[in-house]
Every structure is written in C-alpha cells, then in structure tokens.
Design a protein around this ligand. Structure first.
Ligand SMILES: Cc1cc2nc3c(=O)[nH]c(=O)nc-3n(C[C@H](O)[C@H](O)[C@H](O)COP(=O)(O)OP(=O)(O)OC[C@H]3O[C@@H](n4cnc5c(N)ncnc54)[C@H](O)[C@@H]3O)c2cc1C
Ligand code: SF4
Ligand code: SF4
Length: 427
C-alpha cells in the first residue's frame, strides 16, 4: 500500500494506464517539470510523465485514486439526512444570475459564472481559474484564467468534453476563485491542502458544477461525423448547451455551416463515451467544493426558458459567498427545501449508489481500486433493490472487457496532423 493506496497504484502512470485518471490536471501542477497534460482522444486530458521520474508528490494530490471525507472537519449546520449521498449540504437555493447575458449564456442559470464574477468584483479574487473552448479547435478545452466579466462570459456554459482546469493553477498567483467539475475541485483542494500550489497562489472560493461524466473527444467527433458528416477539425464553434435552458448542441464549421441538435439527443449519444473513472465516480455533485451548482430538473424546462440553477453551500465560506452575492445583487436566489436536491438529480443519486457494486466487481476481477473513504458507499449501495445490487456487479464485470481494464492502456497523445475520429470510450 502507498499512503493507503493499492501498491499497484504507485505512480501517476499507474493511475492513467489503469484508467483511474479523472483528468483534472492537479498532478501537472504538483510536478510541473515532470508531468504534462495531453489530449488523448479516447479517454480525455491525461498526464504524460517524463521517463524514469518519480511522481510521489503528484500522487498525493490525485483525486482519481483518493477521495476522503472527514465529517469532523465539516462546517456546522450540515444536513444529516443528506450527508451519506450528497456530502455536506449547509443550504440549497434555486435561482439565476441577475445579469441577463450571464443567465442566458450560462449552462443552467449562470449561477457559477455570477458567483465567479462576484468573487472578482466584490470579494478578494484577482482571477478565476476555470476552462473554455480551445481557440481554433473547440472540440478541445483549455484551462483559462479570467479577470473580468467579458473573459468570464466567453467561457460560460458546460462543455461536455474533457477539461483539466487545475492546470490553470500552475501560473496563478494571489487570491483566486476556482470553477470546475467535482474531480477538478477535489484536485485543486488537495493541491492547496498539501501546500503544492505555486507560491503566493491562494484559493479563496471553489465552485463545482454537477457532473454525470465527461465524454471523450472521440465520442463527440464520432457523433458529429454520424449526424452531420462534418469533417472533424473544421470547426469554428462547438457548444454543448446554454443560450437558454438547457439549450442546444451547436456546431459551426469554418465555412459557416451549422449543425444543431437538442441537448438531450446529443448527450444521449456522447455520454456512452464517458471514461471508466466517471463510471466509478463517487462525487457527482461537488462534495469537496465551497459551493456547487447544478440543474433543477425537478421542474422540466419550459420552452424559451432562460435558465435556473440549483445552488448548494457546502462550507461556511461557500454559504457566506452565496449570501453576499445575493446581497450584492449578483444572484437572484430563493432558499428551497434541501429535498429538491434528490428530486432534481435522481440519476446522479442512482449512479452514486452503484459505485460500491462496481468497485466490488473490480476487486473480484483482481483490479486495483481507488481509495474512497467516508462517503458511505457501502450503506448507500445496500439501499438499492436486491436485483440492482447484483446488476451493478455483473454489469460491471461485463464492462471491464469493453473498457480493456485488464491490461494497462498507455496514454496516447493526440497529434493534430493525424486527426481522425476513433472509437469512443466504453459504454
Ligand atoms: C461534463 C459535464 C457533465 C454534467 N452533468 C451534469 C448533471 O448530470 N447534472 C447537472 O445538474 N448538471 C450537470 N452538469 C453541469 C450543468 O450542466 C451546469 O453547468 C451547472 O448547473 C452550472 O450551470 P451554470 O449556468 O451555473 O454554469 P455557467 O455559469 O455556465 O458556468 C459553467 C462553468 O463551468 C466551467 N466548465 C464548463 N465545462 C467544463 C468542463 N468540462 N470541465 C470543467 N469546467 C467546465 C466553465 O468554465 C464555467 O466556469 C454537467 C456539466 C459538465 C461539464
Ligand atoms: S486524476 Fe488528476 S491528478 Fe490524478 S492522474 Fe489524473 S490528472 Fe493527474
Ligand atoms: S463523473 Fe466524476 S470523475 Fe468524471 S468528470 Fe465528472 S466529477 Fe470527474
């Protein structure tokens, strides 16, 4: 065992090649001279390690193989009924960004961007570290640092594609806010707690967006090829949703032609390309963030709707930030009963309940599993109907072959000169 990890998970190469990498980019911040993140079309952004280098320090900050809750350290006021399945929940609101453009362009109600803007303009953050479409190749994402409303607005909206926003922390300095998926936020927090951020960089607020999994680039390119026939590589713009709630999937080629599909239709296909680590993810709702934001699916979106967000405070710092952002006029939010969280995210709840069964199947197959502690995974798994208990194990045993988990899979760096869609991840 290495720091409580299975001995077969002794390096960042082990994490990546055994498909336990979540793609956050934290390892490349912990050891910048040794590790760089690259695009691997069939999995996501993944780390490449310099030959022969030790990656012990980076492994300490890796949320792919270690997530641990310590309830004694949670801030007061967490909801005991929700804690097992949703982590610390101090308060839940529903509403939207008061800035109509942020609300419209945002993925749900623009709450994540509004909070980021508040932290820039009214709190102490000098920059917001997050991610956005790569200029000239919008099927990929880059980590970005935004310093004003225009920059934030250019990077609103959920991108159902690999992104490693922690990479943006490598060049950060001073107080900052961080926005990312739950695994990204966990990576940022582990870097912070272990003193692995660049000198002077100080994370003042973390905002997580709920996440069912990030489909591979290959899945999206395959979807475009199948439904549009557009040559991958000729894109000028690629939006996965937003511009209304939930908005549409829109691709625009460099010749100006566009292809549009509903959010539901596109997600229904590309979700099959989610990498393995997403299938065993125990944190889809940002349990390690100060604030997390998701869709209030408890009420179906109406035609022409501009969007609403569900906002969850998870720490006292997050609670204070949301309350001040409301007071300062950045967010229009109404406090709601915390039960709206499970009512809105039944699918994420169901998925989290299967994690223990999936980990058990991996163990039965002799595979190393990540260390997830304090997340009540066994107890919540046992809450599923008996038929589903068995299915979560048997279904996983079947999938192991499809994902090729029994052998190591080296990271394959995408080279633009060899652009061609390849098969998506497993399903
Ligand atoms: C892969 C993925 C899966 C998701 N699955 C769910 C789900 O199952 N249920 C649910 O309720 N919500 C899900 N969401 C989040 C949801 O779509 C909304 O984004 C969320 O409610 C926040 O909306 P908003 O309007 O406040 O965000 P916005 O104000 O639009 O801000 C979005 C922020 O997220 C950042 N971001 C966008 N894409 C990524 C990415 N790939 N990785 C890291 N950061 C990114 C942007 O940089 C921006 O700062 C998912 C998002 C992603 C990216
Ligand atoms: S999960 Fe994050 S820290 Fe771990 S190997 Fe992947 S990119 Fe690196
Ligand atoms: S499902 Fe989990 S591991 Fe996958 S991208 Fe989302 S938060 Fe990260």
């Amino acid at each position: 065992m290495t720091g409580g990890l299975d001995a077969r998970l002794a390096s960042i190469e082990d994490v990546a090649e055994r498909q336990l990498c979540a793609g956050c980019g934290a390892c490349a911040v912990a050891q910048p001279g040794t590790i760089r993140m690259v695009d691997d079309l069939t999995t996501g952004r993944r780390p490449l390690v310099a030959a022969g280098a030790s990656t012990q320090q980076a492994l300490e900050a890796c949320p792919g193989v270690r997530l641990e809750h310590d309830r004694a350290a949670w801030d007061e006021g967490w909801d005991a009924d929700l804690a097992d399945e949703w982590g610390p929940v101090l308060a839940v609101w529903e509403g939207y960004a008061t800035d109509p453009e942020i609300r419209f362009r945002g993925s749900s109600g623009g709450a994540a961007t509004a909070l980021a803007l508040w932290s820039l303009e009214r709190s102490s953050a000098g920059s917001v570290v997050h991610s956005g479409a790569r200029p000239g190749a919008p099927e990929f994402n880059d980590a970005v640092q935004s310093r004003d409303r225009d920059q934030l607005l250019a990077h609103t909206g959920s991108r159902y594609a690999p992104a490693s926003p922690c990479e943006g922390l490598a060049t950060a300095s001073g107080p900052l806010a961080f926005v990312g998926k739950p695994c990204d936020v966990a990576g940022a927090r582990m870097l912070d707690e272990r003193g692995l951020l660049p000198e002077g960089a100080e994370v003042d607020l973390t905002v997580a967006i709920f996440c069912a999994g990030a489909p591979s680039t290959a899945a999206t390119l395959g979807y475009l090829a199948d439904t549009w026939g557009q040559e991958p590589g000729a894109l000028d713009e690629l939006r996965f949703r937003g511009h209304g709630w939930p908005g549409s999937f829109v691709a625009r080629a460099q010749d100006g032609s566009t292809h549009e599909a509903s959010y539901a239709a596109s997600w229904g296909v590309i979700q099959a390309g989610r990498p393995w680590r997403c299938r065993i993810c125990p944190d889809h709702t940002g349990e390690f963030a100060d604030v997390s934001v998701g869709d209030p699916w408890h009420t179906p979106p109406q035609p022409g709707e501009h969007g609403r967000s569900l906002v969850v405070a998870r720490t006292a710092r997050g609670l204070g930030a949301v309350e001040r952002a409301i007071e300062d006029g950045y967010l229009e939010l109404e406090r709601v009963d915390a039960s709206l969280l499970p009512a809105s995210q039944a699918e994420l709840q169901r998925t989290r309940r299967t994690v223990q069964g999936r980990l058990l199947a991996m163990r039965l197959a002799g595979l190393p599993v990540p260390r997830f502690r304090g997340m009540a995974l066994l107890g919540t798994w046992l809450r599923t109907p008996p038929g589903n208990l068995l299915r979560s194990v048997l279904g996983t045993l079947r999938r192991l072959g499809r994902y090729g988990l029994r052998r190591r899979r080296p990271v394959v760096e995408f080279e633009p000169s060899r652009r061609a869609p390849t098969a998506g991840g497993g399903s």
